[in-house]
Design a protein around this ligand. Structure first.
Ligand code: GLC
Ligand code: CA
Length: 559
């Protein structure tokens, strides 16, 4: 134990929405370079950069047509090198997004692959014959609507795409393909990047039998048991480690929908040499209904606590957790798990941050989270840009599964564009993100919620995050303390301890807009308060310790 990234905090940049330096309405690399001092000020040590590679942008860069070139809209490789050098000079590391489950259909490998069955690159992708009746090999649903199979006239076969049809899946069974990927990874590491966030990396190994799955409401089948955590996924990850990572000091995190704790032990187990951490989806899936996130329901705090506790206890001494409330695919943390009404926005944002950053693991902050950005509610589907939301809107309303109204409301709550509206830098036009027309509308609340305002106020959520990030570097207990949940059955508070030798870190958070009391066996009035979002010291009454609405405290004490 004791890796450099265990007491670090990672900050995620979604480049398209971060900062536009040349007025074309699209965030870019030079825009990031301009803002590096801001990130330095926040205290983070690692930047996870969502994809900046050449891409036709069907899925905003998650469809890569050249892994070793920078997207024209984002700048040039010289711009990138300058950004990396400047980041390193400031002591900031850069973690690249590695999207190798699929490429763009405009990648030259795919262009060659689709040309003929005899193409040298044919098997870089997954091609199958139609069934005898001409239908696709399976009836599996793609993540972004429709079937996972697309028929290609030229050769009379179908190719597999678990996401959009412009994102054909790579065939990891092909050794040449794998070695091309490894070389590409080495090239980036040789440039000086610190590691990789690996996009849907538990989907790279498919069950070669391609069985049908259960029928879904959309009329497609659920193929997920046959491509998540597939038969060779651990072999491939161990090979990546052996062929690439073993030669460098890296930080790696695998994005893994549909992963459980036992599987994560295998992915992150220290002796197994696969990954440092995984992103599981258990808490961000809370309240998913019949049609997943498009039919959101109420969720309970006890469920959230159960999920975090399962992961905290499960990976203890074995692997390592990643901690996050939000990212570019999720709604804004405060709207999702806190309370975005004006009077509670910052208070609940600080509470959520306290709750998360004190857990055992490495915290990830998504751009704008540190100033308490919230969800956006565009009235019309025309204002949305995310292909997932747009495709689901049409598919589910066309099939009569949801009305347009229901669908817009679901997008307001859970759509990915909540995270992708431009970063709010100031109260100037377009939130200071661009001098041109932004590629997606700015959240209209930017006059109240922006970086300039947050930096000007000592008690802002920004400085609270800064303090949390600093604290984890000062106290070993953040990294090493064993997690212990208290009051598991309460629906209003999340209270836990971290224990290291005779030291105890006590974390109390109130997830409601009510005043609550918490009964504790330890004397908190004598403990050191490390951080709080309350204006007063904690008070004790007969009923216990008092927490104001969305109040949070963390105490350090000796047993
Ligand atoms: C991951 C990314 C998401 C993307 C998808 C396909 O889930 O985070 O943004 O659309 O993979 O690459
Ligand atoms: Ca630009």
């Amino acid at each position: 134990m004791g890796k450099w990234w265990q007491n670090s905090t990672v900050y995620q940049i979604y480049p398209r929405s971060f900062n536009d330096s040349n007025g074309d309405g699209i965030g870019d690399i030079n825009g990031i370079t301009e803002r590096l001092p801001y990130l330095k000020q926040l205290g983070i040590e690692v930047i996870w950069l969502s994809p900046v590679y050449q891409s036709p942008n069907d899925d905003n860069g998650y469809d890569i047509s050249d892994y070793e070139a920078i997207m024209d809209e984002f700048g040039t490789m010289e711009d990138y090198d300058r950004m990396l050098a400047e980041a390193n000079r400031l002591g900031l590391k850069i973690m690249m997004d590695l999207v190798v489950n699929h490429t763009s259909d405009e990648h030259h490998w795919f262009i060659e692959s689709r040309q003929s069955k005899a193409s040298e690159k044919r098997d870089y992708y997954i091609w199958h014959d139609p069934k005898t009746n001409g239908e696709p090999p399976t009836n599996w649903a793609a993540a972004f609507g429709g079937s996972v199979w697309e028929f290609d006239e030229a050769t009379g076969q179908y190719y597999l795409h678990l996401f959009s049809k412009k994102q054909p899946d790579l065939n990891w069974e092909n050794e040449n393909m794998r070695h091309d990927i490894y070389q590409m990874m080495r090239n980036w590491l040789d440039k000086g990047v610190a590691g990789f966030r690996m996009d849907v990396i538990n989907m790279i190994s498919k069950d070669p039998r391609y069985p049908e799955g259960e029928l879904l409401k959309t009329g497609y089948n659920d193929g997920s048991p046959y491509y998540f955590n597939g038969p060779k996924v651990h072999d491939f990850l161990q090979e990546i480690h052996q062929e690439v990572l073993a030669d460098y000091e890296t930080i790696t995190v695998g994005e893994m929908p549909n992963v459980n704790v036992d599987q994560a032990k295998l992915y992150t187990g220290e002796d197994r040499k696969e990954l440092d951490m995984v992103f599981h989806f258990d808490h961000v899936g809370l309240g998913d209904g019949e049609l997943g996130k498009w039919t959101p329901k109420e969720w309970k705090l006890t469920e959230l606590k159960k999920i975090f506790t399962r992961w905290q206890e499960g990976l203890d001494q074995v692997g390592w957790n990643s901690l996050y409330w939000s990212n570019h695919d999720q709604p804004r943390a405060i709207s999702r798990f806190g309370d975005d009404r004006a009077q509670y926005r910052e208070k609940s944002g600080k509470m959520l941050a306290t709750c998360l950053h004190m857990l055992k693991g490495t915290p990830y902050v998504f751009q704008g989270e540190e100033i308490g950005m919230t969800n956006v509610k565009f009235d019309s589907i025309d204002d949305y840009r995310d292909l997932e939301s747009i495709n689901a809107y049409h598919e589910l309303t066309d099939k009569g599964l949801l009305t347009e109204d229901e669908m817009i409301r679901a997008i307001h709550q859970r759509g990915r564009d909540n995270a992708r509206t431009p970063m709010q830098w100031s109260s100037e036009n377009h939130a200071g993100f661009t001098t041109g027309e932004p590629w997606i509308k700015v959240n209209p609340n930017y006059p109240d919620i922006n970086v300039k305002d947050a930096l000007a106020r000592e008690d802002s959520i920004f400085y609270y995050y800064k303090q949390l990030i600093e604290l984890r570097k000062q106290h070993e207990i953040f990294v090493k303390g064993r997690y212990q949940l208290l009051h598991p059955d309460r629906e209003d508070v999340y209270v836990y301890e971290r224990v290291l030798d005779d030291q105890v870190l006590v974390v109390l958070t109130n997830f409601t807009d009510q005043v609550v009391s918490v009964d504790m066996t330890v004397d908190l009035t004598k403990a050191t308060c490390l951080i709080t979002n309350e204006t007063e010291a904690i008070k004790q009454t007969e009923a216990g310790y008092t927490l104001q609405p969305y109040g949070a405290y963390a105490f350090l004490l000796k047993r």
